[in-house]
Ligand binder design. Structure first.
Ligand SMILES: Nc1ncnc2c1ncn2[C@@H]1O[C@H](COP(=O)(O)OP(=O)(O)O)[C@@H](O)[C@H]1O
Ligand SMILES: Cc1ncc(COP(=O)(O)OP(=O)(O)O)c(N)n1
Length: 276
């Protein structure tokens, strides 16, 4: 990655870039990613793709940035600061996906986590329907890890996934597209919260007790940001997923109860309890 070794020698910091949308409610998107990077002691930078007017109840509006300007943000960050790892979240449109894919290739970003965000928990669309095919064809093959939830894995594979066996089948089908590591998240199944990682050889299960908590807004963004941070710190993929799973469990367990709807998790739970 660009000048990475030289930059680390100078600053001693691990760095991660998020390319995602802004959530005015602070629970998902860029805000979740930067809080997560900071909590995990990684210097975070960002390229904003779209600004949402959003809270814990839903998405009230989306203002998409020009694709060319998304590219300029990525240029500004990577030619100066660099990134040990990067992630994508809400990409919004075909044009933005194309710019992001081009920049990932131009700068040789190797540790790329793609969270194929399509629809918010509230049901609002965060990716144009016509962009799904482009995401699959142009960005997924550049990823080291992808982190679809059940619906996203279903859309990308044309299946209806409602069981762990279905998650395994989807993970294998997505690996066949050329993705080295596929993590299918099981947050929307009943029972334990089990995510499945497939690397082309073995299936690994990451399981945690399901927390009875409606405040799970931004869990997907937060998990993928934590994986990115641990990759930036040099962990191997399976270790990064295991560490990220512990992090999200704590963050959900200490969720803040902010707002009238589905509130954010506590990204800084390991540092302080709410109200202190
Ligand atoms: N109620 C819960 N208790 C414990 N873990 C959960 C819960 N809901 C989601 N998770 C975990 O949070 C992460 C995000 O999963 P998921 O909710 O499926 O993603 P998304 O937010 O993209 O829909 C996964 O590790 C999942 O297992
Ligand atoms: C700006 C923005 N990006 C992504 C999401 C979706 O986040 P996710 O972690 O999947 O959480 P939920 O929407 O499912 O709570 C978002 N809402 N906003």
């Amino acid at each position: 990655m660009i000048e990475n070794e030289r930059v680390r020698e100078r600053s001693g910091m691990y760095k991660a870039l998020t390319i995602a949308g802004s959530d005015s409610g602070g629970g998902a998107g860029i805000q979740a990613d930067l809080k997560t990077f900071a909590a995990l002691k990684v210097y975070g930078t960002c390229a904003i793709t779209a600004v949402t007017a959003q809270n814990t109840v839903g998405v009230e509006g989306i203002f998409e940035l020009p694709a060319e300007f998304v590219g300029r943000q990525i240029d500004a960050v990577l030619k100066d600061i660099g990134a040990d790892a990067a992630k994508t979240g809400m990409l919004s449109s075909v044009a933005i996906i194309e710019v992001v894919a081009a920049k990932v290739q131009e700068y040789g970003v190797k540790k790329l986590v793609v969270d194929p965000v399509m629809v918010a928990k509230s049901g609002d669309y965060l990716l144009a329907k016509e962009a799904r095919r482009v995401l699959k064809e142009k960005l997924l093959p550049l990823a080291l890890v992808i982190t679809p939830n059940l619906d996203e894995a279903g859309t990308l594979t044309g299946r209806n996934i409602d069981s762990e066996e279905g998650m395994v089948e989807a993970a294998k089908a997505l690996h066949d597209l050329g993705v080295p590591y596929v993590l299918v998240k099981g947050g929307h199944l009943s029972g334990a919260a089990t995510d499945i990682l497939y690397d082309g050889r073995e299936i690994r299960r990451f399981t945690a007790p399901r927390l009875d908590n409606r405040h799970t807004h931004g869990t997907g963004c937060t998990l993928s940001a934590a994986i990115t941070a641990f990759l930036a710190r040099g962990l191997a993929v399976a270790e990064a997923v295991a560490a990220a799973k512990e992090y999200i469990q704590l963050a959900i367990g200490r969720a803040l109860g902010v707002g009238r709807g589905c509130g954010p998790v506590h990204h800084l739970a390991s540092y302080y309890s709410w109200g202190e």
